[in-house]
Design a protein. Structure first.
Length: 76
């Protein structure tokens, strides 16, 4: 009886590990997608970092990012 419980516990642990790995992979994919978009926005504004922008130009940059990047969990 104990052996069956141990096997069931191992099966559940393996399933949980797969679920966690899938979530991590999805999160990494979302992060990469955002980073690509962010880098493209920097290029569009002609800088390598938002720190290079000043005042209204910096605000314009972040408004552009906010307006044009829609994360999976966002709604209009």
């Amino acid at each position: 009886m104990k052996k069956k419980q141990d096997q069931e516990k191992e099966r559940l642990n393996a399933k949980e590990e797969v679920e966690v790995e899938e979530k991590v992979t999805a999160a990494e994919s979302k992060k990469e997608k955002y980073q690509k978009f962010f880098q493209a926005a920097l290029k569009k504004f002609g800088v390598k970092s938002p720190a290079e922008l000043e005042g209204d130009k910096k605000k314009e940059f972040f408004n552009y990012v906010d307006k044009n990047y829609e994360a999976d969990n966002e709604e209009d």
